[in-house]
Design a protein around this ligand. Sequence first.
Ligand code: HEM
Length: 507
Amino acid sequence: MALLLWLGSQLSSYLSNVSILAVFLTVFTLVLDFMKRRRKWSRYPPGPTSLPFIGTMLSVDFQNPHLSFNKLQKKFGNVFNLQNCWTNMVVLNGYKAVKEALVHRSEDFADRPYMPVYEQLGYGSKFPGIVMARYGHVWKELRRFTLSTLRNFGMGKKSLEERVKEEAGFLCSEISSEEGRPFDLRFLVNNAVCNVICTTIYGKRFDYGDETFKKLLHLFEEFLKEETGFLTQLLNVVPTLLHIPGLLQKVFRGQKEFMDFTDMFVHKHMETWNPAYTRDFTDEFLKEMKKGKAAEESGFNYNNLRLVTTDLFGAGTETTSTTLRWAVLYMILHPEIQSKVQAEIDKVIGRERSPTMEDQVSMPYTNAVIHEVQRCGDVVPIGVPHRTYRDTELQGFFIPKGTTIITNLSSVLKDETVWEKPNEFYPEHFLDTNGKFVKPEAFLPFSAGRRVCLGEQLARMELFIFFTTLLQKFTFVLPEDQPRPREDGHFAFISSPHPYLVRAIPR
Ligand code: HEM
């Protein structure tokens, strides 16, 4: 009996110790969490209530963040804060705020947040590629080299424009073979745009229908899907979760397999490399790598070669081909606009000669339509995240160094204070009263400032040549039995049209 009483008292004292410990740990964790989430600065932008541990993550639909941002903008204004767990974020909305940050305070906002989820692909402080690189020496060197190499790529046999023209011809032949039947042009357009970038970086083009290419495209779609969603955001802000066995392989399988493809291309290239003869961007990079230690330290090493080429492929393919799919969609939804573009093509270029970039100045209407496609299509609605490089001020708010910045480009392209009909397809946004082409400053689909899209020139050339060649050769119509396609986008980092079928009637 005495033993039982003694055991009972021991147990109750143990339980009360455990309870005290549990209470202590809970209070300690809550205080720690509070300290981590506390924003101690005055004049910090307003925002929704931050909850313990998860911050404001429940205020955002990560499948459609731009829509959540639009709602929050109405409540909190053009500059508001969010908190992904313990990571402070500020979202910039509307032309004025975005321009002030990207253009007037370009360096303050030029950094990128560190994304631990990319480490498994080989990204790191010495291996940043370009898109996700922190603002600094390596990014500057890689960006400078990439821009000048792409610019110089008129060298050798074919200039970039010739390549785009040739590929537009192949695309039209493929479309002709559909013989006016309903089809989804997504795959063909993707193939064409991908060929432009692949010949430039890997000296390789894929025949239409190529199985390797289909696989590559599928993996890239997975890649983009894996970039969005709640789980990816959570893993970025709580990287310890990445150590859960098997999680990385499960969540980022597409990204990993996509990188394996890149490795294969780069390896094949290295095996056949001849320093005396530069075939493409990869050869030019290999040449740079051979320049010794200084070049190595400036970022010209094997890992960066695979990451930079992946960046160019990733940033340059889906964006441009999605814009072209929006273009055809708007043409079938607005046949009267399509006819006006065709009339201009007939007048300036005719039916036989291939369009060239020189034609652009004489074609204000077509140019306005392409710009309006980019504005309405809004393919990179929330841009690529930035990060403040130093403490800074914006629109009267204080934003500390190291804050993740989201530039809501969608809110600029649809800014009600700038555009006459922000939510309609209205090419007159880009025409003055005399029908001359004008470009309002709020046209920022490529962003602006130090991190402005590096491929803007190439993209603009591709959009003009592909679009005019397509409308020169075909009239696009909605198949009789098809419902009117949806005009809202489907978001997976890029905003693309929902799948639709089209008939291409030869002209
Ligand atoms: C219609 C087509 C395109 C659109 C709408 C587009 C849009 C963008 C946007 C919004 C950014 C983020 C800029 C920022 O951080 O503020 C970006 C970055 C970038 N784009 Fe594009 N892009 C397009 C085509 C291309 C092409 C064809 C290439 C490659 C040849 C390319 C390469 C890049 C690169 C490398 C970056 C990262 C720049 C840096 O961080 O320094 N893009 N693009």
